[in-house]
Design a protein around this ligand. Structure first.
Ligand SMILES: Nc1ncnc2c1ncn2[C@@H]1O[C@H](COP(=O)(O)OP(=O)(O)OP(=O)(O)O)[C@@H](O)[C@H]1O
Ligand SMILES: [Mg+2]
Length: 232
């Protein structure tokens, strides 16, 4: 494997339901190589989303570490993780999470608007807009940028969500069941988009319960009941 961009070490995640502890991850360890396309396959409830959220620094582990480019992310202040997430990490979800009242272009610009202090926005708006249009064009959405999400097909919505996740040039893209809401042909199209982005150098970590899609990745790991299966 190439030098790891991301390492999970003994990740444990507990949820508390009143006094009852629910252990969802039981010490998960894995390395993600820079430039790799890794798929984690597992049934519903196996802990895939939980694991992805920990590795993407959206949630804290109960025990264990996430090393991002060698830095122990949860040993650093929240501010540091927020900045890292804003500049290095992109997320794509099953249900797109697009803002319904904003156009495709506005949705794509939203992360930059949130990141930029209001007084600076007029100074960077043109550049951010050109960047958003470039990414939308690259994903085949040039003619859709003025549309609302409801005016798009499922595949177009997911491509818009991928565009939004890519505008800030992340080094790792996390995808949580990105094809879960799509028919087989459209799911295949989204996989080809991810594979093409990966060939251009993006590290992709995807979780799914669809074995056929998962086999298209460079490497496949199986998560069952919060544990990675050890393969020979
Ligand atoms: N916030 C929470 N509080 C309590 N339990 C939770 C919470 N989030 C997840 N769980 C539980 O943790 C387990 C793993 O959930 P997770 O969402 O990671 O599974 P998953 O593999 O992504 O499933 P799916 O394929 O259905 O998306 C499930 O049993 C779930 O009910
Ligand atoms: Mg999930």
């Amino acid at each position: 494997m190439s030098e790891p961009i991301l390492q999970a070490r003994g990740l444990v995640k507990d949820y508390w339901m009143g006094a009852a502890r629910l252990r969802v991850l039981h010490g998960v360890g894995l390395d993600v190589g820079r430039g790799e396309f890794l798929c984690i396959l597992g049934p519903s409830g196996s802990g895939k989303s939980t694991l992805l959220h920990l590795m993407g620094l959206l949630d804290r582990p109960t025990e264990g570490q996430v090393l991002f480019e060698g830095e122990d992310a949860f040993a650093r202040p929240k501010r540091w993780r927020d900045r890292l997430r804003n500049e290095a990490i992109g997320f794509v979800f099953q249900f797109y999470h697009l803002m319904p009242d904003l156009s495709v272009l506005e949705n794509t610009l939203l992360p930059a608007m949130i990141r930029t202090p209001l007084v600076r926005w007029p100074l960077v708006r043109g550049r951010e807009r050109r960047r958003a249009e470039e990414v939308l064009g690259d994903l085949g959405l040039r003619d859709r940028k003025g549309h609302l999400p409801t005016e798009l097909s499922g595949g177009e919505r997911q491509r818009a969500a991928i565009a939004r996740a890519l505008v800030h040039r992340p080094r790792v893209l996390f995808a949580d069941e990105p094809t879960g809401n799509l028919d087989t042909a459209t799911g295949g199209e989204i996989m080809r988009v991810l594979a093409r982005l990966n060939r251009k150098g993006l590290t992709v970590v995807m979780v799914t319960h669809d074995e056929r899609l998962a086999r298209q990745a460079h490497r496949l790991l199986h998560l069952v009941d919060g544990r990675l299966l050890q393969r020979p």
